[in-house]
Design a protein around this ligand. Sequence first.
Ligand code: SF4
Length: 520
Amino acid sequence: MRFARRMEFGPGPNVDLEREGVYARFAAGPRARRTLIPELCLDKTFHIVTFGCQMNVGDSDWLARALIARGWRQVDERDAWLFVVNTCSVRDKPEQKVYSELGRLLTHQRGKPGLTAAVGGCVAQQIGKGFFDRFPFVRLVFGSDGVAGAPDALDRLAEDPSARIALLDFLAAYPERQDVLTPVAAAPAFDADQGEPGAGPATQKGQAFVNIMQGCDNFCAYCIVPYTRGRQKSRQPEAVLAECRQRVEQGAREITLLGQNVNSYGLDPSARGGGAGVGFAGLLRQVAAIPGLLRLRFTTSHPKDIDPAVIRAFGELANLCPSLHLPLQAGSDAVLKRMGRKYDRARYLDIVRELRAARPELSLTTDLIVGFPGETEEDFAATLEMMERVRFESSFSFCYSDRPGVAAVRMTPKVEDAVSKARLLRLQSLQNSITKESLKSLEGHEAIVLLEAKSRRQDDGPSFWRGRDEAGRVVNLRLDDVAAAGPEEVGLELAGLLVRARIKEAKNHSLLGEKVGQPW
Ligand code: SF4
């Protein structure tokens, strides 16, 4: 194993640790020490592991395409020399999760000297250069504003075996990213960790995620995002539209617009961001008008900022999908107030009524937290009651846990773990029964399914496919006659196509359909 001996210094302010910068700082600073860094193998192959929400999935998607455009190759884990771990800190024990993933890679590294890792996302923003100390093979850390600079940094690491780089500064405006011309099909799906709040499918052929903003100004009492992703910065609408047009030209039939709180797009205080005067409703209409775009989605929406024009858009834009993820978080006004959510249950129910008036078939999903500090049994009963009234098709629910630095850490009384867990089970059991009834009501109906990949269930056989209907529900269906070309060719040809399906049976969390006509 070859090592480059170099000087490194301890945790300090967020700085770009380029070689010259490090030596200059070392000369001036007292906290220097020696670190051995493995050289990055010149074989530019990479593999991305993505944890967390769709923002992370979107960031990983862009990073993969940017690296491919620079001559890197995206490969299976066993063949990769560079690992990018895109991290999330919303859920419990995020650091341990990342350390365990890096530990696993370290084991992998034993037979592969030269293997290098980059750590991005929320945990990288929090731990920063601490990763360099603990894992010598980590040579790049980048936060959410640092993603745009990550491809340059990785190229630099490939050329300079002694460099380690940290991209952790928050920038004043949305950091526009390199225009990536790599076709959608060239970037395979990621190992996205499903089931996080707001998480959705990993990126697939025919689908594209497009960022419209970064960061959040809401500072909900339990949430670490404003600290790890910085303040809200809206992207210029021209840049959003250009990327959407490009993705459609490359084959995307469905686009998901991404932001921590898309409803406040263009409302950034001062001149930090773009989108002023356009607003989210205006942007939505402009994107929906792109020729060839068949499906448009967006996430995530904060109820307090939803504009009546966005609600009307559900009734007016034919390609705006009939689904909305609208985080409720809690059904009790007292808890919502302590959370700092700035809406109450009456306002939330009004929004739901208006949405369903605009689009009766709208499928609503949500996020819920149980055991927030001070939550009583009556508060929890109010959450169950809201679930019954709104009848969410599905929800991401989890027990509250302290995140360092957020306001809720100081709130008391804390709810005992056992109580929170018992409440979570009750809530999830209610959700399961609502989900089941809701899916059952679709039996006999027809849906248009965007094909994603072959079914994960081995015993379904090679001609069994998985896709999503207009509302984002998973539909599995057999494509026997189209599968005649053989598994590999079918995989290439069918992903990203649409097919009409009749729903035969509702499963617990998905639908079983049968093809009606040929895919297109
Ligand atoms: Fe976090 Fe609240 Fe911002 Fe959502 S709106 S990212 S929960 S602070």
